[in-house]
Design a protein around this ligand. Structure first.
Ligand SMILES: *[C@@H]1O[C@H](CO)[C@@H](O)[C@H](O)[C@H]1NC(C)=O
Ligand SMILES: *[C@@H]1O[C@H](CO)[C@@H](O)[C@H](O)[C@H]1NC(C)=O
Length: 451
C-alpha cells in the first residue's frame, strides 16, 4: 500500500514529468496495442502579411530509440493551436529527414547553411532515386491535412537502429518548412506560385541575377522575401507552428521494413542516365482547346519488392499523377482533391489532399532495374510557375534479392558523403542547391529550372 505522502509525492512527480514533456515538445504520449503517438511543434514561425518563411530546423523533436514509424502527419497551427487556413498561410512544402551529426558538434543555425565541415554531418535520407536531393523521408505541402500517410501492418519505416549510426555520430532529424503568408496580398495564387514580379526580386538568395526568362519558382520566394501587398494593409506579426504527429511501434521482428523512394517528373535519367531531379517546372497556358498538360519521366528502379504505399505531390492546378511499370501496368494513381470552402482543410482552389494507394500486400511488384514511367498532369487553362510532380512510394524489398552481395552492392551505391560542397542544410530540399551548384558549374546559368 502506498502511504498518503508517497502517493502525494508520486502525483507531484507525475505532474512535474508531464509538465516537462509539455515544455520540451508540447507532446502527449498515447499507447494502443503497442502503437505510440506523439504530437510535436516545430520552432516558432513568425510571419507578417505577404512574408515568406523557408527555414531549416535542425535536431527537431522526434521519437527516440529503435522504432518503426507508422505515420507522420502535419499541419500549420497558430499560437492557440488552431488550424490555419491555406488562404492565410499557404504551406508550400514541409519536409523531414534524418541525418547523422558528429557528437560534440553544435547544431547548425536555422538558415545559415554555409561554413561548416561536411564530414560533421552525414545525410541519412530515403532510398532514392534522385541523385542530389529529394532525400526526405516525409514531406507534403498544401495537401497535408487530407492525405493518408500511415504505413499498413505489418510494415514500418525503420529508424534509430544504433547499428546503422556511424561511430562517433548521433542520429537526428531536420525539418524544412516553406510557408507563404498571403493575407492582404494583391494576388494570392501568384504569391503561392512564387511569381517573381510579385516578389520584386531580381536576384536569388545568393545575390546572383535571375535570368529574365525566370518568371517564377523557388528562386523568387526564398526565406524572408515579401509578396506584394494591397495598399494600406496593416503589418501585424503572428506566430505559427508546424504541428506534427508521429506514430510508431518499437522495432521487432514482427515489423517488415519498407524503403521510401521519390520520383520526380523532371528527372533527366532517360536523357543522361543520371537522376538529375530539377524539382520545379512551369506549365504554359494552353493555346488550343486541350487544357491538360501532361509531363512524363522514366527512371529505373534499384531494387525489387512489393509496393506498400504510393502518393503523388502536385501544386495548385495539378489534376493527378500515375506511376507505371515497364509493361504499362499502373503501379499507383493519385488524384488531387480540391477544397470547396473556406475552413482549414477545405480551402477552395487549393489542393487539400491527394488520393493514396494501399495495394493488397504482394499484389503490386516492381522488378530490379525495371524502368518506371511517372506521369503528372496539370490543368493548362492558366499558366503555372514553380509547380512540382513528385511521386512517393514505399517498397518492401523482396527477400529473394536480399543475398549478401546485393546488400554490399547497395551500401556502396548510396553515397554517404554525396554532398560535394561544404553545405549540408539545403541538401534536404534539393531545389535551391541543386540549381545553385549547377549554376556554379555552368556558364549559362539557369538552364534547368525554367523549362
Ligand atoms: C523593389 O526593389 C527595389 C530594389 O530593391 C526597391 O528600391 C523598391 O522600393 C522595391 N519596390 C517595392 C514596391 O517594394
Ligand atoms: C520512357 O520509356 C519508354 C519505353 O522505352 C519510351 O517509349 C518513352 O518515350 C520514354 N519516356 C520518356 C519521357 O523519356
Amino acid at each position: 500500500m502506498l502511504s498518503g505522502t508517497t502517493l502525494g509525492l508520486l502525483i507531484v512527480l507525475a505532474i512535474a514529468f508531464l509538465s516537462t514533456c509539455a515544455q520540451n515538445s508540447q507532446a502527449r504520449l498515447t499507447l494502443e496495442n503497442g502503437l505510440k503517438s506523439k504530437v510535436y511543434l516545430s520552432p516558432k514561425i513568425t510571419q507578417t502579411p505577404g512574408s515568406v518563411s523557408n527555414k531549416f530546423y535542425y535536431d527537431i523533436d522526434f521519437p527516440k530509440g529503435h522504432i518503426a514509424i507508422k505515420s507522420f502527419n502535419a499541419e500549420v497551427v497558430d499560437e492557440d493551436g488552431n488550424p490555419v487556413s491555406l488562404k492565410e498561410t499557404y504551406l508550400h512544402h514541409w519536409v523531414a529527414t534524418r541525418y547523422y551529426q558528429r557528437k560534440g558538434i553544435k547544431n547548425p543555425k536555422h538558415s545559415g547553411n554555409f561554413g561548416f565541415h561536411q564530414s560533421d554531418f552525414i545525410s541519412a535520407g530515403n532510398a532514392g532515386v534522385c541523385n542530389n536531393g529529394l532525400t526526405q523521408f516525409f514531406g507534403l505541402g498544401s495537401e497535408t491535412r487530407k492525405t493518408s500517410t500511415h504505413v499498413p501492418d505489418p510494415y514500418g519505416i525503420e529508424v534509430g537502429n544504433p547499428l546503422e549510426v556511424p561511430n562517433g555520430y548521433e542520429e537526428k532529424w531536420v525539418m524544412n518548412v516553406h510557408a507563404i503568408d498571403t493575407r492582404g496580398v494583391v494576388d494570392a495564387m501568384g504569391c503561392t506560385e512564387c511569381r517573381c514580379n510579385l516578389y520584386n526580386v531580381t536576384e536569388d538568395e545568393y545575390g546572383r541575377d535571375l535570368k529574365p526568362d525566370y518568371v517564377g519558382g523557388l528562386y523568387c520566394c526564398y526565406d524572408e522575401t515579401q509578396c506584394k501587398l494591397k495598399n494600406g494593409v496593416e503589418i501585424v506579426k503572428r506566430n505559427l507552428y508546424l504541428k506534427y504527429t508521429v506514430k510508431w511501434v518499437d522495432w521487432s521482428d514482427a515489423v517488415t521494413p519498407v524503403k521510401i523512394f521519390i520520383f520526380d517528373v523532371t528527372d533527366t535519367w532517360q536523357q543522361n542516365g543520371i537522376h538529375d531531379c530539377l524539382v520545379e517546372f512551369n506549365v504554359e497556358k494552353s493555346k488550343s482547346n486541350d487544357f491538360i498538360s501532361t509531363r512524363r519521366s522514366n527512371a529505373s528502379f534499384p531494387i525489387s519488392g512489393d509496393v506498400v504505399y504510393g502518393v503523388a505531390h502536385l501544386h495548385s492546378g495539378g489534376l493527378g499523377s500515375a506511376l507505371y511499370g515497364e509493361d504499362g501496368r499502373v503501379i499507383c494513381a493519385s488524384k488531387a482533391i480540391y477544397g470547396e470552402g473556406n475552413e482549414a482543410g477545405n480551402e477552395a482552389g487549393y489542393i487539400v489532399g491527394m488520393n493514396t494507394c494501399y495495394p493488397k500486400p504482394g499484389s503490386i511488384k516492381i522488378a530490379k532495374n525495371e524502368v518506371l514511367t511517372l506521369e503528372s498532369s496539370y490543368s493548362s487553362e492558366k499558366s503555372h510557375t514553380g509547380v512540382m510532380g513528385l511521386f512517393y512510394i514505399m517498397v518492401a524489398e523482396s527477400s529473394s534479392t536480399l543475398d549478401a552481395s546485393s546488400l554490399i552492392h547497395q551500401e556502396s551505391e548510396i553515397p554517404i558523403f554525396f554532398w560535394g560542397v561544404g553545405v549540408f542544410g539545403l541538401a534536404i530540399f534539393a531545389a535551391v542547391m541543386v540549381s545553385y551548384m549547377r549554376r556554379r558549374q555552368s556558364e549559362d546559368g539557369y538552364h534547368s529550372i525554367a523549362n
